[in-house]
Design a protein around this ligand. Structure first.
Ligand code: SF4
Length: 168
């Protein structure tokens, strides 16, 4: 490829802790910005959610109708899609609603739940669109994330089994 790899980091329902895996990477993050074209990473001030990318990291579960539509658009615009962290790979805390009467929970919390965009379930990314690799952890491990980025920048497939395991 004669141009830089386009990389995106997208947020869905989550606490933002896994995006910190990038922001905590220090010099490695600076290297990433030099080697790759980061097209969307809202927490780093880069906002273009519909930008096509070769590699997209996804934080968070799918918990609203808007998120359901957005992850489908991202899948269409992305070559290699990697959910990161427990929210994106299992649903995490948001998925507690899956065992309950979600409509009743929302009615108990909000005076007018019809104004809140929500699904009755919170699901991992893989339950909504095909994914290429998952990085597990809560939060995901910074070294694990940067190792995956490095492998893909070098044109080497990440090692699936190892990448799924938190390395700390
Ligand atoms: Fe936050 Fe954990 Fe979800 Fe990451 S997996 S966004 S750290 S709750």
């Amino acid at each position: 490829m004669d141009r830089k790899l386009r990389v995106a980091v997208h947020k869905f329902s989550s606490c933002d802790g896994c995006q910190l895996a990038f922001l905590n990477a220090g010099e490695k993050l600076v290297e990433l910005f030099e080697l790759a074209d980061v097209v969307h990473f809202a927490e780093a001030g880069i906002v273009d959610p519909d930008a096509p990318a070769e590699l997209a990291f996804i934080e968070g579960s799918i918990s609203t109708h808007e998120e359901q539509e957005r992850i489908r658009r991202i899948r269409e615009n992305t070559r290699f899609l990697v959910p990161i962290g427990a929210c994106a790979t299992s649903g995490c805390l948001q998925a507690l609603r899956n065992q309950a009467d979600a409509a009743r929970w929302f009615a108990d919390v909000y005076s007018d739940p019809s104004k809140i965009d929500h699904l009755d379930t919170a699901t991992p990314i893989a339950a909504n669109v095909p994914v290429d690799l998952e990085l597990w952890g809560c939060p995901v491990n910074t070294r694990q994330v940067m190792a995956t980025v490095s492998s893909l920048l070098l044109g080497a497939p990440p090692r699936d089994d190892n990448e799924k395991i938190c390395m700390e």
